[in-house]
Design a protein around this ligand. Structure first.
Ligand code: FES
Ligand code: FES
Length: 210
C-alpha cells in the first residue's frame, strides 16, 4: 500500500496535513483570542458590583459588602468564618445547610444574603451558651444522633426550629418536622430519639433564641 493510500479521494497524509494546518491556524489566532478574553475579564472585574447588607448573626450585628448573587451560606462560611454550617447538595434539597432566620429553619444555600437584610440569623455556633452545649446538642450526643456528623449541624438547627415552634412534639410531629433534612448515614432512628429527648429536656423551660 502506498504511503498516501486513497480513501474516498482524500489521502491519509493529506488529511493529517489538513488537520495540521488547522492546528497552526488556531495557534496563530490564539494571541488575538487571549487579548480579547483579557479585556473581557478586566471589564467583568470593573463591573463587579457589591452592595451593602446588614443582619444579625448569632446575636451580633454584621455589616457586609457583598456581590448580589452571594448566598447566605457563602457569607456565613467565607466572610464570617462560621464553618459549622455545612454545604452538602448546595441545591436546596438536603437540609445540610439549615440555619434559623428569625427562628424559622431555612436552607442557607438557597437564600440570597441580600434577602437576610435586617433578619436574625442563628447558626450552630450560636446555640451554645459560653462553653455549655445546648440541650439539643447534648441530646444528640447522648442518643447517638450522628454517625459521620456531616448532616448534624443542619439536623440540630432543624430540631431547634421545630422545638421553638412546638416545644413538646409527638413522634409523628418530629418525623414531619425533620423531614427536610437528609442523613446519608441513615441515622434517622437515633436522630428522632435525640429530638424527642431534647424536647423532654427543654419543654419545661421554653428555649428562646436571641
Ligand atoms: S446544602 Fe443546602 S439544602 Fe443541601
Ligand atoms: S450522620 Fe452522616 S450524613 Fe447524617
Amino acid at each position: 500500500m502506498s504511503k498516501d493510500s486513497k480513501n474516498g479521494g482524500i489521502s491519509r497524509r493529506k488529511f493529517l496535513q489538513g488537520v495540521g494546518s488547522g492546528i497552526i491556524g488556531t495557534y496563530v489566532l490564539t494571541p488575538t483570542i487571549a487579548s480579547a478574553s483579557e479585556k473581557l475579564t478586566k471589564n467583568a472585574e470593573k463591573l463587579k458590583l457589591t452592595v451593602p447588607v446588614s443582619m444579625t448573626v448569632n446575636g451580633k450585628g454584621v455589616h457586609l459588602q457583598i456581590e448580589p448573587q452571594t448566598t447566605l451560606v457563602e457569607v456565613l462560611r467565607n466572610q464570617l468564618g462560621l464553618t459549622g454550617t455545612k454545604v452538602t447538595c448546595n441545591n436546596g434539597e438536603c437540609g445540610g445547610c439549615t440555619v434559623l432566620m428569625d427562628n424559622k429553619a431555612v436552607y442557607s444555600c438557597h437564600i440570597l444574603a441580600l434577602d437576610c437584610a435586617g433578619k436574625e440569623i442563628t447558626t450552630i455556633e450560636g446555640l451554645m451558651t459560653g462553653e455549655k452545649l445546648h440541650p439539643i446538642q447534648e441530646a444528640f450526643i447522648e442518643h447517638d444522633g450522628l454517625q459521620c456528623g456531616f448532616c448534624t449541624p443542619g439536623q440540630i438547627m432543624a430540631a431547634q426550629a421545630l422545638l421553638l415552634n412546638n416545644p413538646k412534639p409527638s413522634r409523628q410531629e418530629v418525623l414531619e418536622g425533620m423531614s427536610g433534612n437528609i442523613c446519608r448515614c441513615a441515622a434517622y432512628p437515633s436522630i428522632i430519639e435525640s429530638v424527642l429527648a431534647a424536647a423532654e429536656k427543654t419543654s419545661g423551660s421554653t428555649t428562646t433564641m436571641k
